[in-house]
Design a protein around this ligand. Sequence first.
Ligand SMILES: NC(=O)c1ccc[n+]([C@@H]2O[C@H](COP(=O)([O-])OP(=O)(O)OC[C@H]3O[C@@H](n4cnc5c(N)ncnc54)[C@H](OP(=O)(O)O)[C@@H]3O)[C@@H](O)[C@H]2O)c1
Length: 249
Amino acid sequence: MLLNNRVALVTGASRGIGAATARLLAAEGAAVGVNYVSNRAAGEAVVEQIKQAGGRAILTQADVTDPEQVQQMVQTVSAEFGPIDTAVLNAGPSFPVEPFVNYRWEDFERKLVGELKGAFHCCKALTPSMIQQRRGNIVVISSSLSRHSDTGFVAHCTAKSGLDAFVRSLATELGPDGIRINTIAPGLTNTDATTFIPDQAKQAIAGAVPLRQIAEPDDIAGAILMMVSDHTRHISGSYIPVTGGALML
Ligand SMILES: NC(=O)c1ccc[n+]([C@@H]2O[C@H](COP(=O)([O-])OP(=O)(O)OC[C@H]3O[C@@H](n4cnc5c(N)ncnc54)[C@H](OP(=O)(O)O)[C@@H]3O)[C@@H](O)[C@H]2O)c1
């Protein structure tokens, strides 16, 4: 297995991409902290699925934008399994999809601050013990919309491109401490967050993707597994689109 003896935290792991990632990391041998913010039943179901499959997991509630809750979450997982060496920062605030002319500053600010606060406070809480261990592996979930744009997504595009710069900065600063940090940028993925898009529109989007399909959460989880495994040990500060070829850099 790829992640034997690893202790991982996945934020926003009760549903969608985070849930698929928590299950895959656990199946590859990691002990996993499964974070959620409000949907306890969904978080419990993910922990149960992991345990049923023979893996190790603990449920941990926290709003990733709240520094005290984040510290508590990290302590909870570390107390159960030991110091966290692997983190997938996946939780991100939802946002209205509206053209710029209708966009309210309050919604724009909530998305911007929510994405950056979550990444900042999680990294603040996680990195001291990673620095001590001289070993850390962080994956931040951005979006292919940080590198191109679509009408209605001004807040998402702007916030995620801020995350990308945050990742590059930390890769530069923390590399000498043995910590690597990379960005995974999903394209459109079938989760609760995208149920507002009608099936017909999704099919039209898939028709323009070179691989002719939009992603399932497991497709994104597979790329995350690749980035946290030691097979990619010399990669840091990278930006990997997982888009079926829709975004090529
Ligand atoms: N789906 C896509 O097409 C797509 C495309 C590009 C990028 N992404 C990015 O991928 C990530 C996951 O998206 P998704 O589609 O899998 O989302 P999702 O299915 O809507 O699930 C959201 C998850 O995040 C948790 N969460 C939300 N706010 C949180 C907070 N403040 N603190 C802790 N947890 C929080 C939710 O917990 P509860 O269950 O407790 O509410 C849930 O587990 C996001 O960063 C998103 O921007 C998604």
